[in-house]
Ligand binder design. Structure first.
Ligand SMILES: Cc1cc2nc3c(=O)[nH]c(=O)nc-3n(C[C@H](O)[C@H](O)[C@H](O)COP(=O)(O)OP(=O)(O)OC[C@H]3O[C@@H](n4cnc5c(N)ncnc54)[C@H](O)[C@@H]3O)c2cc1C
Length: 348
């Protein structure tokens, strides 16, 4: 049998954890990442605190310590992941997006694009650890592309003493509303539901938001959806199935925090079936092998586009030993894997 050579696509936490495991198992691999390592975490708003406790998001058996023993921030986790890459001397080809994969017999050829320079790599096995947050979920309403409208919340400072309109009803929207309110923004929120779901919001955020809404310090428009954005206003309509008047709310900035969708391009290119409403790649959960032999999925990409979050970093660690064991034919022990979570979505 030919020695395996694995191509890992994606260097998020799970792609990196797999790279360490392959290195430990002495399996040759090439690691390709479209951006910098942990691109998804890098896009979190500055100073976001993880919902998961440090031991649940630690990878490769390396403890994640925080200075105050609290949950890690985005910055602390990025430091930690850079440390992992350094400690294990992982060779990640960053800023090389995989744009095309060909298969001939049992050989894959991956094409990458780095600022217009195309490079080809060969592999016997491909692992897609591409995550599920490639693009924002668009609303497809007029004004979505205006310059004061964004699908990403970065940090509160730019909204100081400005009217900020936030669309969404999950953690990202709630957290942004509270942080921007405390930073001096005048915040309004629209959510298609009639109230925020306590099962899906970080438990330390919701009571404060509800009390600020109650005393009128944050304006809340439940059961509404944005119909259009203009340079000065957001036009709100009743949520689908409801009747009522349209409302116009003045806004200097608009944040559309309505979730993300997976990029399924490479799965489709390889002939991986996408199943269910989430369009999840068909795979055997015992091996993480898709319906295409020698093509695997790891990390949150295994769930497709998640409407309700079921896969997070903390319960994807187990994918790693399953893939390594299938490729090598030997059991793979990964230290300190925690394959449980407490049922509450870390983020949405
Ligand atoms: C604000 C926020 C807070 C969160 N908090 C938590 C939490 O507390 N606990 C938790 O467990 N999860 C949390 N999550 C979710 C967590 O970020 C994801 O579960 C995690 O990043 C998934 O890891 P992954 O390695 O599977 O994929 P990702 O981290 O998404 O990594 C995928 C990588 O693949 C790369 N890639 C994609 N396509 C290509 C391509 N064609 N070529 C090359 N590279 C490619 C991407 O650039 C990316 O770096 C949170 C998410 C957000 C947004």
């Amino acid at each position: 049998m030919v020695n395996p050579h694995v191509a890992i696509i994606g260097a998020g936490p799970i792609g990196l954890e797999l790279a360490v495991a392959l290195k430990r198992a002495r399996v040759d691999y090439t690691h390709l990442e479209a951006g910098q390592i942990a691109q998804t975490v890098d896009r979190y708003p500055k100073m976001t605190r993880f919902f998961s406790s440090p031991e649940r998001i630690a990878i490769a058996g390396v403890p994640l310590q925080t200075p105050d023993q609290a949950k890690a921030t985005r910055e602390q986790y990025l430091d930690y992941l850079r440390g992992i890459v350094t400690q294990f001397d992982l060779d990640v080809h960053t800023y090389e997006r995989v744009t095309k994969i060909d298969q001939e017999d049992s050989q894959f050829t991956l094409h990458t694009d780095r600022q217009g320079v195309v490079t080809r790599y060969s592999a016997t096995h491909v692992v897609l650890a591409v995550g599920d947050m490639a693009f924002p979920r668009l609303l497809h309403v007029p004004g979505e592309d205006l310059s004061h409208v964004s699908h990403y919340f970065d940090e509160p400072h730019r909204y100081f003493r400005k009217r900020l309109f936030i669309v969404g009803g999950k953690n990202s929207a709630v957290e942004a509303a509270l942080r921007c309110h405390h930073a001096g923004a005048t915040v309004s929120m629209s959510y298609r539901g009639d109230r925020f779901d306590p099962e899906r919001i970080k438990y330390w955020l919701l009571p404060e938001l509800e009390s600020l809404i109650k005393v009128g310090q944050i304006a809340f428009y439940p059961n509404t959806i944005p119909a259009a954005m203009t340079p000065t206003h957001v036009d709100l309509s009743p949520a689908p199935g409801l009747i009522g008047d349209s409302i116009q709310v003045e806004a200097d900035f608009v944040l559309l925090l309505t979730g993300y969708v997976m990029d399924a391009t490479l799965f489709k290119m390889l002939g991986v079936e996408l199943v269910g409403g989430n369009q999840a790649p068909a795979h055997d959960p015992q091996t993480m092998q898709t319906n295409v032999p020698n093509v695997f999925v790891a990390g949150t990409a295994a769930a497709g586009t998640q409407e309700t979050f079921k896969l997070f970093i903390e319960n994807c660690h187990a994918h790693v030993p399953r893939i390594v064991a299938t490729i090598t034919g030997h059991p793979c022990d990964t230290p300190d894997i925690i394959d449980t979570h407490d049922g509450q979505a870390p983020e949405s």
